[in-house]
Design a protein around this ligand. Structure first.
Ligand code: NAD
Length: 450
């Protein structure tokens, strides 16, 4: 069996790879198990040095990795370069973090109580197709820093950058068996990792639907899970905001990565008194998004990942849009930037579109904005645009979401925690918090009596 990998901008085959199945998954887990003891015992200093070397190799191969990612996902090359830059930064961060996650000594009667952070063992990392290399690094960095070995399963549509990263890890000196990459189906390889008795934890990023099945599958072995799932985030624009700035930024908070972004602020909530003016500004800003050939340095939005996904995205646009831009009429899974006016009860506002479709929704006042923003099963990211600092903090505290920005749409920074509330998942990635999910807390009491 083989996996055919396409370029979504041209529909051309760019690779044909052997497909792993159940037996290959078990073999990869066995390799990771064999590598675990020696890797755990590598001194923190040396583990940090190996991660640092990997970070440097990612930098040195940055252009190559960006081109792989751009070809395989349809990402504009300039954005792909920025993503690879973050991957290097993630490995640099965790290279430095290896020896900075300390235990404690706790005063108790009759002795000394100490805590240690222990690695879990073999961890299964399952990642989606929208940010294959980035999300792999968010999991690999802390997993390796804590002394675990890994089996990494990229999405079957986008395995190429993870395979190249694993080669670079070997070149960096990370021993064989520490990182194992499997190209295969989620319901075969992914499921086997979830159920495997010798896999201690699953770090999963993907849809809420599959996340639910991962959580159920992990129950039999009481496996640890981290779930980074879908989102339907709100971009809340108050009438007192810098409307020009908010409108200029809003398209990129939905249409970056062609909307295939768990953090997409795909519900744009606008205070009614500023709605008409903001809608005009937003249409103008959206008109300027440059959609087209991902290899062009000027391109800001590429195609969707597949024909099937394009059909799903199109099914959300069932009324006359407020605005729909242009997209190439050539081969490739193109879909134009689309703005629709909606109520929060409409399907386009309730379900994750995962494409370049934004819903514009008016609100009456602060309480109404909070009510609408929280009226969703998801809780991943969001933005608040206002010049009133007290209001910004009040609303930030009231929103049921894991990652928020004020007068900005940025969600992700290497050194700060990232993750969801509600059905957007649980556990945190990135920053020092990312280490918690890949280590177990051990408590040792040492008697000083006798
Ligand atoms: P998906 O859930 O279909 O697949 C994710 C991964 O899970 C893939 O590698 C897939 O092969 C695997 N998988 C599928 N079925 C499985 C099973 N039964 N058991 C184990 N693994 C299985 O998601 P996708 O379509 O690749 O990605 C899009 C989704 O990912 C969106 O919902 C998006 O919001 C979410 N996402 C979340 C974050 C986050 O950090 N919260 C980041 C990026 C993407």
């Amino acid at each position: 069996m083989t996996v055919t990998v396409l370029n979504p901008a041209t529909e051309e085959t760019i690779a044909t790879l052997d497909e792993a199945g159940f037996d290959e998954t078990d073999a990869a887990v066995a390799r990771a198990q064999a590598a675990f003891g020696p890797w755990r015992d590598v001194s923190p200093r040396d583990r940090g040095r190996l991660l640092r070397r990997l970070a440097t190799l990612v930098e040195e191969h940055g252009e190559e990795l960006a081109r792989i990612e751009s070809q395989n996902v349809g990402k504009p090359i300039a954005g792909a370069r920025a993503e690879v830059g973050m991957v290097a930064d993630v490995f640099h961060f965790y290279a430095g973090a290896v020896d900075k996650k300390h235990g404690e000594t706790i005063p108790v009667a009759g002795g000394i109580d100490m805590t240690f952070r222990e690695p879990l063992g073999v961890v299964g990392l399952i990642v989606p197709w929208n940010f294959p290399l980035n999300i792999s690094s968010w999991k690999l960095g802390p997993a390796l820093a804590c002394g675990n070995t890994v089996v990494l399963k990229p999405a079957e549509l986008t395995p190429l950058s993870a395979l190249r990263l694993a080669e670079l890890a070997l070149e960096a000196g990370i021993p064989e068996g520490v990182i194992n990459v499997l190209v295969g189906k989620g319901r075969v390889v992914g499921r086997r990792l979830v159920e495997h008795p010798h896999v201690a934890k699953i770090g999963f990023t993907g849809s809420t639907e599959v996340g639910r099945s991962v959580m159920k599958g992990a129950a039999d072995t009481i496996k640890r899970v981290t779930l980074e799932l879908g989102g339907k985030s709100a971009n809340i624009v108050f009438a007192d905001a810098d409307l020009e700035r908010a409108a200029a930024a809003a398209p990129y908070a939905v249409f970056d990565n062609a909307g295939q972004d768990c953090c997409a602020r795909s519900r744009i909530l606008v205070e009614r008194s500023a709605y008409e003016r903001f809608a005009d500004l937003l249409v103008n800003a959206t008109r300027n998004v440059r959609v087209g050939d991902p290899t062009d340095e000027q391109t800001e939005m590429g195609p969707l990942i597949s024909q099937q996904h394009r059909e799903t995205v199109a099914s959300f646009v069932d009324t006359q849009p407020l605005f729909q831009g242009d997209a190439p009429n050539s081969k490739g899974f193109w879909f134009p930037c689309t703005l629709v006016e909606a109520s929060n009860d409409d399907r386009v506002a309730r379900e994750e579109v995962f494409g370049p479709v934004a819903a514009l929704i008016p609100f009456d006042d602060e309480a109404d904005a909070i009510r609408i923003a929280n009226d969703t099963p998801y809780g991943l990211s969001g933005s608040i645009w206002t010049e009133n600092g007290a209001r910004a903090l009040r609303v930030a505290r009231a929103l049921e979401t894991g990652v928020l920005s004020v007068n900005s749409n940025s969600s992700v920074r290497v050194s700060t925690p990232f993750g969801g509330f509600k059905q957007s998942g649980f556990g945190r990635e990135l920053g020092m918090h990312g280490l918690d999910g890949y280590s177990e807390l051990k408590n040792v009491f040492y008697s000083t009596e006798g």
